[in-house]
Unconditional design. Sequence first.
Length: 169
Amino acid sequence: MNTTQAIERARDVIRRQHKAWATEESYISWLRRYMAALPKMPNGLSSEQKIERFLTDLAYQGISASSQNQAFNAVLFFYKAVLGQTIGNVDALRAQRAGHMRHAPSMRDTQRLIQTVRNVGGYLTNLIVRMLHGCGMRVTEPLNLRIKDINLERGRACDGLPSVARSVA
């Protein structure tokens, strides 16, 4: 089967499965790259070895981990859904995920932010922001909080609330 036939068969299967247009375009693009890489590989390699080489080459090219995963899923889809071939373990060099440094604002910046929030439209917006920050509540939790949910004598939320919201006072 040549590249054009393989691509057309893949398109037919993708459309039969009602996959999104973006998925089709992405998978076809990766399949073209994979098909272009096949002639450069030695004869006699198993399908798993071909996939491993392709993915490893992508990692050496500096491709992102999510793009490499997308390429793997496209090729795996081709083998399983289009060719009906099962693929065993593929042990390719994996691209490195980018490290993210989390940045927390300083205490001074946080205080300035809270002080600049004003009540809007009759809502206690500043109180809500302080509860979000001080209690570690999720965005919707202070909006759903009712007076009956708080035990004013003990300064605590009642047992029906999530554990994070129980430390309200």
